[in-house]
Design a binder for this molecule. Structure first.
Ligand SMILES: Nc1ncnc2c1ncn2[C@@H]1O[C@H](COP(=O)(O)OP(=O)(O)O)[C@@H](O)[C@H]1O
Ligand SMILES: [Mg+2]
Length: 390
């Protein structure tokens, strides 16, 4: 088929041609937005799941919906090792300045939010802006340099304006497990305060399966603060739609047998659906795509994954981490006990705990429950077993 019309987009955070199977999360969020118009506030939402399962795509869709419904929205992507309170402050502050400007333009507020913009600038720098410069009277003080206080002051000032307008302030944070611990702790405290005082401020986060425990370890009340949602693979039916709809919209078609093969090979995992969808479009000479086209596409798709998706993770691992990852893959279990893995390496659990921790920090593996370990992307174990030992 014409490559120029290929609708599929394997990649990180790329908007899929059809976002299937996320109705529950979207409805839950729609309700939060709808209620905010009645100044009736609910909890923020935390999405967690393996890499490539579609968290970023979903988070972006939610943010877009909120923005279209008149929310002030800010997006942040946390990065590991992005330490330094001043760096994260600057990032959050700059995004806020940009977001407030966007909001002003969109709602034709001219200079009405200049005071908030000044406050956000002061927050960025971690220095006082001086109440004299701030035009609206909310009794706020200059930024104190204390992250918790400054953030609270800023969120309160913004929330007050949003509440008056019967709208809300949404902070959308991707890869939230990697957020700087000081900022994370300050954000959870402010979210807590916001809930108590009925400020329309909501943190909507997405991250690896470790996210809920990272939050709980930061603040004990985090468990009750958000609605948690696990983002998993799609059902067969949704996975089939995720391929069929874009194919048909672009002028193609698939036999039911071809569709079954692609769905089955993907395991309903969104990244793989995009990869196999892209491949079937590329290899099929004409519509409808046949069983043969699908089988060929799965081979092509797997080659593409072996050339990029898997190695990009494997290549990030150190020599020692690779030995550990190989030992996990060799167990043949999805989530083996860390004790079993260590024993297979002829080591004690304690002796390899540092390499286990560093692989977790890099997002290569995660601990689904105490004492167990698994890969953060499906199929990684097969890939590793196919790698020649160096
Ligand atoms: N619900 C979905 N249906 C179909 N494809 C999706 C869906 N969600 C995400 N994708 C696609 O899957 C790939 C991975 O999505 P992404 O949001 O980056 O995952 P994550 O953030 O969980 O690592 C992207 O190519 C994206 O377009
Ligand atoms: Mg992502």
């Amino acid at each position: 088929m014409d490559p120029a019309l290929n609708p599929f987009k394997p990649g990180s955070g790329l908007r899929p041609p059809a976002l299937e199977g996320r109705d529950a999360e979207r409805e839950q969020f729609d309700l939060l937005v709808a209620r905010s118009k009645h100044r009736n506030y609910d909890r923020g939402i935390m999405l967690s799941g393996l890499r490539g399962v579609g968290k970023t795509a979903l988070l972006n869709t939610l943010a877009e919906h909120a923005e279209n419904q008149g929310w002030l929205t800010i997006g942040l992507e946390a990065r590991p090792n992005e330490a330094g309170v001043s760096a994260v402050r600057a990032k959050l502050g700059n995004e806020l300045v940009a977001g407030l400007r966007r909001f002003s333009r969109r709602h034709k507020l001219q200079k009405a939010l200049d005071g908030l913009v000044e406050l956000a600038r002061g927050f960025t720098l971690g220095v006082g802006v001086g109440p004299a410069k701030v035009e609206f009277k909310l009794g706020q003080q200059a930024a104190t340099g204390d992250l918790d206080l400054d953030l609270e002051e800023l969120v309160e000032a913004i929330s007050e304006v949003m509440k008056k307008r019967a709208t809300a302030f949404g902070l959308f944070i991707d890869e939230m497990q990697d957020l700087d611990p000081d900022l994370l702790s300050a954000l959870l405290a402010v979210q807590h305060r916001a809930a108590q005082r009925e400020w329309p401020f909501f943190v909507i986060g997405a991250g690896l399966p470790s996210l809920p425990s990272v939050l709980a370890d930061t603040r004990s009340y985090a468990e009750r603060q958000f609605a948690y949602s696990t983002i998993g693979p799609l059902t067969n039916r949704d996975a089939a739609d995720a391929i069929r709809i874009p194919v048909e919209q672009s002028g193609g078609a698939l036999t039911p047998e071809a569709l079954d093969i692609l769905v089955e090979a993907s395991g309903g995992y969104p990244y793989f659906l995009q990869e196999f969808g892209k491949a079937v479009w590329a290899v099929a000479p004409e519509a409808p795509f046949t069983e043969d086209d699908a089988l060929f596409a799965v081979e092509e798709g797997r080659r593409a994954l072996d050339g990029g998706f898997f190695p990009s993770r494997w290549n990030r691992a150190t020599e020692r981490e690779r030995r550990y990852l190989r030992a996990i893959a060799a167990t043949g279990e999805t989530t083996p006990r860390s004790g079993t893995v260590a024993a297979a390496m002829g080591q004690t659990t304690t002796a390899v705990s540092d390499v286990r921790d560093s692989a977790i920090k890099k997002g290569l593996i995660w601990s689904p429950e105490h004492g167990r370990i698994g890969f953060t992307v499906p199929g990684m174990d097969d890939f590793i077993r196919r790698q020649p030992t160096e």
